[in-house]
Write a protein that binds this ligand. Sequence first.
Ligand code: S3P
Length: 168
Amino acid sequence: MNNIILTGFMGSGKTSTGIRLSRRLQCPFVDTDRLIEQETGKKIPRIFAEEGEAYFRDLETKTLKKLAEGRERRIISTGGGLPVRPQNRPLLRALGTVVYLCVQPGTVYERLRGDTGRPLLQCEDPAARIREMMAAREDAYREAAHVIIQADGMTFEEIIKEIEERIR
Ligand code: S3P
């Protein structure tokens, strides 16, 4: 399939890049978190609080399988933890070209400071949590990716240009 799938840690710019890329390529944009919220009628923090993370991870895998049924080309932004489950990595790659937006922990921290929508970062020391989680996930992101973009310090325009050049 010829979708473009954006992966990367929370705050790496998947959604902002994806929306702009979808306008540029004139194809629909979807976000796995929003699909899950629509399906369940609940916001992500509420799903985590009421059902737990394992349940949310099952929903992510189900969402990937459903996306595979689509026929038209889409830009798909994914939840930051989605590539961590091993079975999701081949599912992601089968959907199209997987682009990993790689950023430094400090960039994420600055962007998400004060954010309350990410349950996994609601802790005493979010900077340390970001560093630990990123280090633990790095191999999974790389394994799932066809294209890796070092996105720190790049504008969205530059990121989109690089994606276009590298998926040609
Ligand atoms: C998560 C990332 C979030 C969302 C959930 C869990 C993670 O998505 O899926 O809070 O495990 O990294 P974003 O990457 O869009 O913030």
